[in-house]
Design a protein around this ligand. Structure first.
Ligand code: SF4
Ligand code: SF4
Length: 344
């Protein structure tokens, strides 16, 4: 985990071309350069030089960033914006009692007691035995939903699934700049992996996948869609279903998901406009920024409604929660793997 000052070179490599402005969902609404990577980097340069101080106002701009990474994908200088914003958030976290309180509540009540309670109702099944074995990193999603969908799909690919009792991947602590708690989740993951001695990990959640990929170069993390496609597993739904799909920002291999959407019998896939635009998850908790965030949500909502389908699929627990939050009962949101297993 690098400190903000260690990103000095990367921040300096910003050519101020402004391409990030054309893709940033927040900049599109605010038109304010302080709310997109180019403008934030100018402020962060000042912070590193000591010309600026970390204030609530500067933190407000960091908080408005959805951490979607859309700007990084277009950035000609190949700057990893989300990592830099997280390291700047870490500077604010150190001095903010409120941020620490939020982390305490989140760790102990949401990811602690909350998930432990929901685990009582999760659907876990025993995997069949095969020569090929993978570890399932369920994170919070696995805690709430159990391993049933993953085991059924991977057993159909002749893969055995081992389900240890992992904690959260810690991504929400990372984006808030709570690096101590984030490191604890990382250590817990690495300890469990060491105990099992298996190097292949499967996830169903895009955010978990991206986060745990950064924990170790020696562990091979893939999402379940890669396994399904690699094994040419063709599925057939019991009844005709029409669906659309929201691509989480954190997923890289949408082509595997598209392959499944296109090759599943009785499944009609309608690609909605801007299917790959951020759902606005990181804006949900920003009640003080409701005017800006509601516009991010409204664009997504309208695209879902205009797709003409009533079922929206996705593959990230955070996106699922955000999309349900503003669905207003007009469409149903389902995790893609859960949907497949329920309908085949
Ligand atoms: S796209 Fe990259 S290089 Fe261009 S202004 Fe934005 S952050 Fe800087
Ligand atoms: S990560 Fe997303 S919200 Fe943040 S500056 Fe980049 S495009 Fe904008």
């Amino acid at each position: 985990m690098k400190h903000l000052a260690e990103y000095k070179e990367e921040i300096h490599s910003c050519s101020k071309c402004g391409l990030c402005q054309s893709v940033c969902p927040v900049y599109k609404i605010t038109g304010n350069d302080c709310t997109v990577s180019r403008g934030m980097f100018i402020m962060l340069k000042g912070l590193i030089r000591g010309d600026l101080k970390m204030t609530r106002k500067l933190n407000r701009y960091l908080d408005l960033c959805l951490k979607c990474g859309a700007c990084s994908k277009f950035c000609p200088s190949d700057i990893d914006v989300v990592d830099i914003i997280a390291s700047a958030k870490a500077e604010y976290f150190k001095q903010s009692f409120f941020e620490k309180l939020l982390s305490f509540i989140q760790k102990n009540f949401v990811f602690g007691m909350g998930i432990n309670f929901l685990k009582l109702f999760s659907h876990n099944i025993k995997s069949k035995k095969f020569e090929k074995k993978v570890i399932y990193f369920g994170g919070c999603s696995g805690g709430i939903k159990g391993n049933r969908a993953v085991v059924k799909l991977l057993n159909s690919c002749n893969i055995e699934v081992i389900t240890p009792n992992f904690k959260c991947c810690g991504i929400s602590f990372y984006v808030r700049g709570d690096m101590d708690n984030f490191s604890q989740y990382k250590d817990s993951y690495l300890q469990i992996m060491k105990k099992y001695g298996i190097k292949d990990v499967v996830t169903v959640c895009a955010s978990c996948e991206k986060t745990i990929k950064g924990f170790s170069d020696e562990i091979n993390v893939k999402n379940i869609f890669e396994y399904i496609r690699e094994n040419n597993l063709k599925l057939k739904l019991k009844k005709n279903k029409k669906v659309t799909f929201h691509k989480p920002c954190n997923i890289d291999n949408y082509e595997d998901i598209k392959w499944i959407l296109d090759n599943t019998e009785n499944l009609e896939y309608i690609e909605m406009q801007d299917y790959d635009k951020c759902c606005g998850l990181n804006g949900i908790s920003k009640l003080n920024e409701y005017k800006i965030m509601s516009k991010v949500f409204r664009d997504k909502y309208n695209n879902i409604i205009n797709s003409g389908t009533k079922t929206l699929l996705t593959s990230c627990l955070g996106c699922e929660a955000a999309l349900k939050f503003y669905s207003l009962g007009k469409y149903r949101v389902d995790d893609f793997t859960e949907f497949l297993v329920k309908n085949i």
